[in-house]
Design a protein around this ligand. Structure first.
Ligand code: GTP
Ligand code: MG
Length: 212
């Protein structure tokens, strides 16, 4: 009973939090540019084109707020969005984008690594996994980096509208196996489609839970 009541309270809190207006604050290209006002933040990380910016728009209920694209490598900075006066949601550049220049890839990877390693305001990283592809080698590297830094993170499957129900079940099971191998990973997996607006309430509740 208590658990049910807690969940209901959490759902109400999440709905209220995300009813507040959200806005783009700034794009950050190096750790020196990170906001220093101590608002808690959560971040969306993952491979290029996995659907980070699209899911962020769905989370904030604002179509077109974060720029999305068919072409991988769209988001090139740590883009800070503020929800009311309560929290930042950070849209990260993707990793694993082969067609960018070597210098760009190196700069992005440095930025991502520095950020994921040592940002105290960062309450949880949502690591997005394309449900058609599952966890890839560079996702595992990112998970290992966050394990080492004891950075709390949670896996989110994206684009499930592209799969049949039984294929979704299979990728959930395979992803759960990966999660079990990693110390800092939160056990629950969030299953989403930004396109069909599925799993968005669950994602909002996970964000609220991460704020403690
Ligand atoms: P980068 O910024 O380049 O790293 O990409 P991203 O991870 O931010 O991906 P983005 O949100 O720009 O989406 C990439 C492509 O996937 C776009 O063409 C989106 O329309 C598409 N997409 C995103 N989410 C979904 C989804 O839930 N379902 C489907 N079918 N397509 C999606
Ligand atoms: Mg993006």
């Amino acid at each position: 009973m208590q658990i049910q009541e807690d969940r209901a309270a959490e759902a109400a809190h999440a709905a209220q939090l995300f009813r507040q207006p959200s806005e783009f604050v700034k794009g950050v290209v190096n750790v020196a540019g990170l906001p220093d006002d101590n608002l808690p933040e959560v971040a969306f990380a993952g491979r290029s084109n996995v659907g980070k910016s699209s899911l962020l728009n769905a989370l904030l209920g604002r179509q077109g707020l974060a720029r999305t694209s068919n072409t991988p490598g769209r988001t090139r900075e740590l883009n800070y969005f503020r929800v009311g006066e309560a929290l930042y949601v950070v849209d990260m550049p993707g990793y694993g984008y082969a067609r960018a220049s070597k210098t760009l890839v190196r700069d992005w990877n440095h930025l991502i690594r520095d950020y994921l390693r040592g940002r105290t305001q960062l309450k949880r990283v949502f690591l997005l996994i394309d449900s058609r592809h599952g966890v890839k080698a560079n996702d595992k590297e990112t998970m290992e980096l966050m394990d080492k830094s004891a950075m709390s993170y949670q896996l989110v499957l994206t684009k499930t509208d592209k799969l049949k129900a039984r294929e979704v079940e299979a990728v959930i099971a395979a992803t759960a196996e990966q999660v079990a191998k990693h110390g800092a990973a939160y056990p629950e997996i969030v299953v989403t489609s930004a396109e069909k607006k599925q799993g968005i309430d669950e994602l909002r509740q996970a964000v609220v839970r991460s704020l403690g």
